[in-house]
Write a protein that binds this ligand. Structure first.
Ligand SMILES: Cc1cc2nc3c(=O)[nH]c(=O)nc-3n(C[C@H](O)[C@H](O)[C@H](O)COP(=O)(O)O)c2cc1C
Length: 159
């Protein structure tokens, strides 16, 4: 099996899209992520997989917290911006607020899960960060999807 074979198989798996945010020394940081999963209900735990090359990686580890913002269909532009390493700080012109636990919540997201970092496991190129969820929010609307290397409208919504 080649790396291409691996990627080709994974492209057949449709996912939602999130922006994982954190805050360190009063400065917000975020990046686009779809390697997100629920882990446990009691206690409420989720996981994200973060490339050790990502600038967010040491920031999440140092901050000890992160927030998973589940993107709405209208937020594809945000997903693109937070997946691009540029000089421009995407937080400079978007609406967000800081949750009680200290992480940025992006306004207009379909849901958010605000977490305290509970465990870290290094696997290959990535670290699995496991978070204990301390606050959540949810609104109605349509999710942003990702499938076969592009953003999608999965044609579903709440309610
Ligand atoms: C749809 C999509 C999903 C992604 N999912 C992840 C992910 O789960 N983990 C990860 O480390 N990078 C993921 N990336 C790549 C990061 O968004 C990208 O490398 C980003 O520039 C990292 O930003 P940073 O270096 O400022 O932290 C994804 C990119 C896209 C477009």
């Amino acid at each position: 099996m080649t790396q291409d074979d691996f990627r080709t198989a994974l492209r057949r798996f449709p996912t939602g899209v999130t922006i994982v945010t954190t805050l360190l020394d009063g400065k917000p940081k975020g990046f686009t992520a779809n390697a997100f999963s629920s882990v446990s209900v009691d206690p409420p735990m989720v996981l994200i997989c973060v490339n050790r090359q990502a600038r967010s990686h040491p920031i999440i580890a140092a901050a000890g917290r992160f927030c998973v913002n589940v993107l709405a269909l209208e937020q594809a532009d945000l997903a693109r911006r937070f997946a691009t390493k540029g000089a421009h700080d995407p937080f400079s012109d978007i609406a967000y607020h800081i949750e009680n636990s200290g992480s940025p919540v992006i306004d207009g997201s379909l849901a958010y899960l605000d977490c305290n970092l509970a465990e870290e496991h290094s696997v290959g190129t990535h670290t699995i960060f496991i978070g204990e969820v301390v606050a959540t929010g949810a609104s109605d609307g349509a999710p942003l999807g990702y499938f076969n290397t592009d953003y999608r409208d999965f044609g579903c919504r709440i309610p």
